[in-house]
Design a protein around this ligand. Structure first.
Ligand code: 13P
Ligand code: SF4
Length: 349
């Protein structure tokens, strides 16, 4: 979260206090200079910086005005008056901020910052599904691009997926594109899930054999965690509390003690008394939680960094503010249709 420091020395001191033992001092001194420049420029420009929970610890603990999960950051993007909005997250998140703020400048401090889930489905795929299943509502995970959102009825995030599905007046829903999240939501909502193949859906009889129609997208980070990983750690540390993100497989989620969005995992560790935690999610978040809970141990199994989140650096965040790079644009005809799906999600409390 943003610092209260007004000088470079104070910036360094506040960062050192938050990040002792997490970031080496030499790196901290260099990053404090960047954070100081960013915070100065942010104020001069009247900007807001939104930071996802997966940002690297020095960035996460120094420049964002708000940190959070996809849902919290979407809500913040919907209500902010600040302009520009600098999104320290991946492209689909910055696009969502632009969908909500057509008249503001939205900046993404990276050229690409993709996501394996967003890359797994196209707008045409969704149109084909709509044709195959006329009248079936389509829910899309927020981890998709604007043109895909534009073809769907409502968005969801890991923080509200089951509420979104339950809000629909239909026994059958199409849930795209994360097959693991779909399966986890299907279990929570008592719905069954069937996966159509891309080439045809002849194995399905509409209305009879399925209740949730999924897709074959997966998060390249969360799909790597296994039940064996959990068993190994429990074998060594029987008291460990295991938390998994719902983008993990249903088997991994079932073997965990808790599963929730990134922010719910942050809250869970903060509110629990246990000594030791295993976080089955992107590993920078483990460092961020460790910094905030110095009396608790995060078991160091995780070394899987999301390569897309990793593209966002303090250097590029400064660059974004100095040179307005990279400006996110969404074509207006797509934006207005995508907005309906995003707003419909935000109406669900
Ligand atoms: P959250 O909405 O839980 O923060 O998840 C976003 C994401 O990309 C997880 O991989
Ligand atoms: Fe996408 Fe997975 Fe990275 Fe999240 S962690 S941005 S779902 S690739």
């Amino acid at each position: 979260m943003a610092l209260t420091a007004t000088t470079l020395e104070e910036t360094y001191e506040q960062m050192a206090e938050r990040l002792e033992g997490i970031v080496p001092d030499i790196e901290l001194r260099y990053k404090a200079e960047l954070a100081y420049e960013i915070n100065k420029l942010k104020k001069e420009r009247g900007a807001i910086i939104l930071g996802h929970n997966y940002m690297e610890p020095a960035l996460y603990h120094s420049v964002p005005d708000v940190v959070g999960d996809s849902l919290e950051l979407s809500r913040k993007a919907a209500e902010t008056d600040a302009d520009p909005i600098v999104f320290c997250g991946v492209r689909f998140m910055a696009e969502t901020a632009k969908i909500l703020n057509p008249d503001k400048t939205v900046l993404l401090p990276a050229r690409i910052a993709g996501c394996s889930l967003a890359a797994s489905i196209t707008a045409e795929d969704v149109r084909n599904l709509r044709e195959q299943y006329p009248g079936v509502p389509i829910v899309t995970y927020i981890n998709t691009y604007a043109d895909v959102k534009a073809e769907c009825d409502i968005c969801c995030t890991s923080g509200n997926a089951h509420k979104v599905v339950e809000s629909l007046d239909s026994d059958t829903v199409i849930f795209l594109p994360d097959e693991y999240l779909a399966a986890n939501v299907a279990q929570e909502t008592d719905k069954r899930i069937v996966f159509p193949t891309i080439t045809g859906f002849s194995d399905l009889k509409p209305g009879l054999e399925y209740e949730m129609i999924g897709w074959h997208g997966r998060c390249e980070v969360h799909e790597q965690f296994t039940v064996q990983d959990i068993e190994n750690v429990r074998g060594q540390f029987p008291d460990v509390v295991v938390l998994s993100h719902p983008e993990c497989s249903p088997e991994v989620v079932a073997a965990s003690d808790f599963s929730g969005s990134t922010s719910r995992m942050v809250d869970y560790v903060r509110d629990m008394d246990a000594e030791r935690y295993l976080l089955l999610t992107e590993c920078s978040m483990g460092d961020n939680i460790a910094a905030e809970n110095p009396d608790k141990e995060m078991v160091g199994l995780c070394s899987i960094r999301c390569p897309h989140m990793n593209e966002i650096t303090l250097e590029d965040t400064l660059n974004a503010l100095e040179f307005n790079e990279q400006i996110i644009e969404v074509p207006e005809d797509i934006r207005v249709r995508a907005l309906k799906a995003v707003e419909r999600m935000l109406e669900i409390v």
